[in-house]
Design a protein around this ligand. Structure first.
Ligand code: NAD
Length: 295
């Protein structure tokens, strides 16, 4: 089993680090939050007092941080001067494609091997070890990353070169954002047209309108399997995080010169929802805003 540095023990990273420790790895864990460090200790990790200490002597270093600027800062300030040559860096945060490519190139220049390995699945999947990882990096780096990531997830997929994992993640979430909005408006319209929500679900879930947003995460309470809608849109995947991912997708589309009109509209709607103070609600809660707007 390996010595693994783990930096960023928040909602997602806490459970992920715990699963690595449970699998028998020697996990040296760091977070700016003392509370997060306490939780990591209780879960079998060894808390250390700096990101540099997590990096020293590690065979692999996992980061699970809020955004690209945090990853770049931790890499520059703590990892590059302290990680041994050949150390594998796995950044599981969701960050912009350009930063992912830039930090991987900077790591390579220091003799380190980096992959971007963002995840699909929320806090429950992080705790349960059932995340899906999409990995950007060389075939050799993927070969080294796969057994580590497999202890935290149910699927580990090689997306392509550095940056490809982040590209897959934000494009996937662009589909999800647009699909959730269209699923919400469909249920609202169906209801206004006199259709019972359960009846509409029974029909559309077996017809061509079916989608993950409908059959795995239905935004209408009491319809479909258990989802945040059944808990007044608490928990789940915060609308503010969906907005973050949609913004990253719009930046990537602009830099690639791609037309993404539905993605753009979804970003505008999640922006309005978040600006109305609802960013902490699950992203399916946008149905409330669409309902209010309809009057
Ligand atoms: P979070 O805010 O709960 O956790 C981030 C942690 O990083 C915090 O504990 C914070 O103290 C720590 N941190 C920040 N700067 C640091 C530094 N310099 N050194 C050490 N620790 C530092 O966020 P999260 O929900 O765990 O999300 C982490 C990443 O995963 C984000 O990029 C997010 O977009 C992505 N993600 C989240 C979800 C989700 O459902 N929450 C799902 C998929 C992907």
């Amino acid at each position: 089993m390996a010595r693994i540095g783990f930096i960023g023990l928040g909602n997602m990273g806490g459970g992920m680090a715990a699963n690595l420790a449970k699998a028998g790895h020697d996990v040296r864990a760091f977070d700016l939050s003392a509370e997060a460090l306490e939780r990591a200790k209780a879960a079998g990790c060894l808390p250390v007092d700096s990101a540099a200490a997590a990096a020293e002597g590690a065979e692999a270093i996992v980061t699970m941080l809020p955004a690209g600027k945090h990853v770049e800062q931790v890499y520059e300030d703590a990892i590059f001067g302290n990680a041994a040559p050949g150390t594998l860096l796995l950044d599981c945060s969701t960050i912009d494609v350009d930063t992912a490519k830039r930090v991987a190139a900077a790591a390579a220049a220091k003799g380190l091997v980096a992959v971007d390995a963002p995840v699909s699945g929320g806090i429950a999947a992080a705790n349960g070890g059932t995340l899906t990882f999409m990995v950007g990096g060389s075939a050799e780096a993927f070969g080294r990353a796969e057994p580590i990531l497999a202890k935290m997830g149910k699927a580990v997929i090689h997306a392509g070169a550095n940056g490809a994992g982040q590209a897959a993640k934000i494009v996937n979430n662009m589909i999800l954002g647009a699909q959730m909005v269209s699923t919400c408006e469909a249920f609202l319209l169906a209801q206004k047209l006199g259709l019972d929500p359960q009846t509409f679900y029974d029909i559309s879930s077996k017809a061509s309108g079916q989608s993950w947003s409908m059959t795995s995460y239905c935004p209408v309470p009491g319809v479909g399997p258990q989802s945040p809608a059944d808990n007044d849109y608490q928990g789940g995947f915060a609308a503010a995080l969906m907005l973050k991912d949609l913004r990253l997708a719009m930046e990537a589309a602009e830099s690639a010169g791609a037309q993404v009109p539905m993605g753009k509209r979804a970003r505008e709607l999640y922006e309005a929802f978040t600006e109305a103070g609802q960013g902490g609600l699950d992203f399916s809660g946008i149905i409330k805003m669409l309902d209010e707007k309809a009057g």
